[in-house]
Design a protein around this ligand. Structure first.
Ligand code: G3P
Length: 216
């Protein structure tokens, strides 16, 4: 499973890259609004840190506008993936971009059938939002991931399932168990993935025992 970082915060992206855990980055207008400067410059900088796929989202609601924005985003770097919200206009834009060999990530996916539609339109990735589903229907987020993976497997669909809106380490573990292709995690969740109470206790114990014998 590939690990993406769900942020536009460059210091965190650099840190994740240093950890060797960065396969790609997902941004969206909300994440970019938290950073200073021109969002296009922020995305450009991210593409220089990570050579994996970098998602940048369009804000037009019509296919023509989405394609226009998508083409602009794709000029920034060869690893840009154009993020297109799920809608009939979005599906048209995904097809038109695919025809130009510009890959897209269909976002705001909440139902398995939406994922299938995006895949049929030619999306390179689909982004189901587990956390936002869990917020409304407790526990249903991962069921949607499971169903999408099952459908894609039934028809040997190569569109990648990118688990988004991740809130905790359990979401990441469940995504891996189900066999999702990618998980995109916020910075806080990435840090939590390495932590375990028993690891901390174990380190303390080893250090204490070494103190007893180090000057022998
Ligand atoms: O990148 C989109 C998605 O991950 C958003 O997550 O936390 O705003 O539901 P969240």
């Amino acid at each position: 499973m590939k690990f993406f970082l769900d942020t536009a915060h460059v210091p965190h992206i650099r840190e994740a890259a240093a950890l060797g855990l960065l396969d790609g980055v997902t941004t969206n207008p909300s994440l970019l609004s938290k950073e200073d400067g021109d969002p296009r410059d922020v995305v450009r900088e991210i593409t220089k840190i990570c050579d994996g796929p970098i998602s940048a989202e369009v804000v037009s609601l019509d296919a023509e506008g989405m394609v226009r924005e998508g083409v602009e985003w794709s000029k920034i770097a060869s690893n840009i993936i154009v993020k297109i919200p799920m809608s009939p206009e979005g599906l048209k834009a995904i097809r038109l971009l695919a025809d130009q060999n510009i890959p897209s990530n269909c976002t705001l996916v909440f139902a398995p059938i939406q994922a299938l539609m995006a895949a049929k339109a030619g999306a390179a990735m689909v982004s189901p939002f587990v956390g936002r589903l869990d917020d409304i229907f407790q526990g249903s987020g991962m069921e949607v991931i499971e169903q999408i993976c099952q459908i894609f497997s039934n028809y040997e669909i190569t569109t990648e399932v990118l688990v988004a809106s991740v809130r905790n380490a359990a979401h990441v573990a469940d995504a891996a168990r189900i066999g999702a292709d990618i998980v995109t995690v916020p910075w806080g969740v990435l840090q939590a993935l390495t932590q375990h109470h028993l690891t901390d206790v174990g380190i303390e114990r080893f250090l204490a025992d070494w103190e007893k014998i180090k000057d022998r």
